[in-house]
Design a protein around this ligand. Structure first.
Ligand SMILES: [Zn+2]
Length: 440
């Protein structure tokens, strides 16, 4: 395969833009080769984006009617929205949400999803369902189950078991597009025993823990009240904080915790739009450093939109970051995926790298070169420009259509499942779980 006539963004950080045909052979970017030609004249070819933290199951919640008292805090958002929704999910709902979420990701040029899944009424096998759905579309993914004690010790154990089972299967079978992390919800819904079981699983399988950390102040208050230490030090104490760990949010990490996260070299997924939507505060991006990647926390998988929103939110704080900031953050997301896949070149379009890319049909209204590309990213480019998408050398989107599935059919099936889910939700009240630290 040869992609001809395009401007190729070979790397986002350091930024490298070249005018050259792009060769693809055996699923990878190649130095040369023949085969079918795809005319990309006037287009940009960019590395496929990674969404470093999402919840595919939330796809069926879009526009969901709301019949309880409106939540007034982050905890109430969980008790009255997400912890009701996840208990109502069954296997068909999990499958439909993964298919429609994967579809939206590919059409937006996002080729890798790092998902954090919860379906407490259908835990066993749920990660297989998601993996199979995403594989059918050609989405690269890193999956885990968000273990939690909020639904009782049996489901906590089932969560750990699902993580272990899936991670062992992935290790054994090495599917082309899927890898595992060990998932846990957040410190404030994890007993010491459950956190230790997650840390044991991560250590035994040589994987990182993917966990919400200090998303809201409630997480820190609970950790201090019950465990006498803040969230990051509780994770570190449990042996669950190292360079493989993926922390989501980190909004309320204090100076000592930020230093600890920095020392361990853990990843941090920043979810600007979700943080704004939940009014939980702002992560200390200035202090958190370069291991920060971007996630959507379930608000779709459009990383053009997410990176732009994160950038403007940051600019408002007056730190003076330039438009290369969102590109560096997206590159970190790819590095995270690269480390999990053991594919160091993932996220670059250089010989030997997995061929995960998007072709953008973009009529640049101003000169486009290495120096100006960041400005085009922030002020002009969007997922609307995504024409074709390739994952591991296979076209999964051509001329704005999925190659392996029909979008209308997937969306129609998802709407049916969403309707059923919303009906089941009516019978489920506010979640009764209260952080133990909050009750004292
Ligand atoms: Zn999340």
């Amino acid at each position: 395969m040869i992609l001809t006539g395009a401007t190729v963004v070979a790397s986002l950080d350091p930024l490298r833009v070249v005018e050259a045909d792009l060769h693809v052979a055996d699923g990878r970017v190649a130095r040369e080769g023949g085969g079918a030609r795809r005319d990309c004249s006037g287009c940009l070819v960019v590395p496929g984006n990674t969404c470093a933290h999402t919840h595919l199951y939330s796809a069926l919640a879009r526009g969901m009617p709301y019949r309880l008292e409106p939540p007034e805090s982050f905890l109430q958002i969980l008790q009255r929205v997400w912890w009701r929704l996840d208990r109502a999910l069954d296997e068909e709902g999990v499958r439909a949400s993964a298919l429609v979420g994967g579809m939206e990701a590919l059409l937006a040029g996002t080729t890798t999803l790092v998902d954090h899944h919860a379906s407490p009424s259908a835990i066993d096998g749920s990660l297989d369902v998601i993996e199979e759905a995403l594989a059918s579309l050609g989405v690269r993914c890193v999956l885990c189950y968000e273990t939690s004690d909020r639904d009782g010790p049996e489901r906590a154990q089932a969560g750990v078991a699902e993580n272990r089972r899936f991670a062992e299967r992935v290790r054994r079978e090495q599917p082309a597009l899927a890898r595992a992390l060990i998932g846990a919800h957040a410190s404030f819904t994890l007993s010491d025993e459950t956190l230790a079981a997650c840390a044991d699983a991560a250590s035994a399988l040589d994987l990182g823990l993917h966990v919400h950390a200090a998303e809201d102040a409630v997480d820190e208050r609970d950790a201090v009240a019950l465990h006498g230490r803040r969230v990051a030090s509780r994770l570190a104490e449990a042996g669950a904080l190292d360079e493989r760990t993926l922390l989501a949010h980190g909004v309320h990490l204090d100076d000592d915790e930020i230093a600890l996260v920095g020392e361990t070299g853990a990843w941090l997924a920043h979810n600007a739009r979700s943080n704004m939507n939940n009014a939980i505060g702002r992560a200390r991006l200035d202090a958190l450093g370069r291991r920060v990647a971007l996630g959507t926390d379930g608000i779709g998988s459009d990383m053009f939109e997410e990176s732009r929103a994160a950038y403007f939110r940051l600019r408002e704080d007056g730190g003076g970051e330039g438009p290369d900031w969102p590109l560096q953050r997206l590159a970190q997301g790819s590095r995270l995926a690269a480390s999990v896949f053991g594919e160091p070149q993932l996220g670059a379009l250089e010989p030997g790298a997995p061929a995960d890319l998007a072709v953008l049909d973009y009529a640049a209204p101003a000169p486009l070169h290495e120096g100006s590309f960041p400005g085009h990213w922030v002020f002009g480019l969007s997922s609307r420009t995504v024409r074709d998408v390739m994952v591991a050398g296979e076209w999964v989107v051509l001329d704005r259509r999925l190659t392996r599935a029909d979008e209308q059919e997937l969306a129609a099936a998802a709407r049916i499942q969403a309707g059923r889910l919303w009906e089941r939700l009516d019978a489920i009240g506010q979640h009764e779980f209260e952080p133990r630290g909050e009750r004292r």
